[in-house]
Design a protein. Sequence first.
Length: 248
Amino acid sequence: MIPKNYQPVAGLLAGRNILITGASSGLGRALCIEAARAGACVILCGRSAAKLEPVYDQIMALGAPTPAIAVLDLATATAVEYDALARVIGEEFGRLDGLVHAAGLLGDRTPLEHYDVPTWCKVLHVNLTAPFILTQVLLPALRRSADASVIFVSSGVVKQVRPFWGAYAVAKSGLEAVRGLLYEEVEGEKNIRVNSINPGRMRTAMRAAAYPAEDPNSLPTPESVSGPFLYVLSGLGSKINGQFLEAQ
C-alpha cells in the first residue's frame, strides 16, 4: 500500500512518459507539475492550448524534462482526433508509461426530477465515455511500456450514494466499473496496472462550485495530495493493481 503522508523523492518518475488530462487547472495541473518535478516527461492534455501554455512554462522554469501539449476537448472530440493523438504519441514518444484521467465536469447539483438532460449527457460523456475512449486508443502505447500505470480519478460519491449529485455520481460509479473491467481484461499483462484514486477534499474550482459556502482555505491544495498519485505512477507502485485508493 501507499505509505501514509508519502512525499516523492527526486527522480521518482525519471524516464517515464505520462499523459494527464485536465492539465490546465485543479488536480490535473498540480499532477502535471509534480510529475515533471519528479522527472517525468509530461504530456499536458486539455481543451485549450492557451490555458495549457502557462503550465508548460512553469514546468520549463523548474528545469524538468520538456513537456508536450496535447489539445483535446473531451466534450467534443471526434474519433479522428482521438486516433490522431494516439498516433502522435506513438510516433513522438514510442510508449506511454502513465495515463491519469484527471479531467472532470461537475454538472448540476439538483434532484434527478429536475436534472437538465443535455447537461446529464455532457457530464456522462466527459467523465465516463471520454476516459474509456482515451484509454482504448492509448492501450497500444501503454503496452509498449515495461511498467504502465493507468489511474482513474475517482470520488467519495462512489462509496456512498448522496442525493443531488446527479450525473457526476453516476459517471464516477461507471468509471469504477470501467476500472474493474479493464483490470480483469489485462490481468495477464503484467506490465499494465489499473487503479483509481479518490483525491478527497481539495481547494479547487470544482469543489467551490459544489460547496459554495465552504472556506477554501480550510482545504488541502491539489499539490498536497499528489504524492499517492506519483507513488502509483512510479515503480514503487508496481504491486498496486486493481484497487480503489484514497489519497487522504
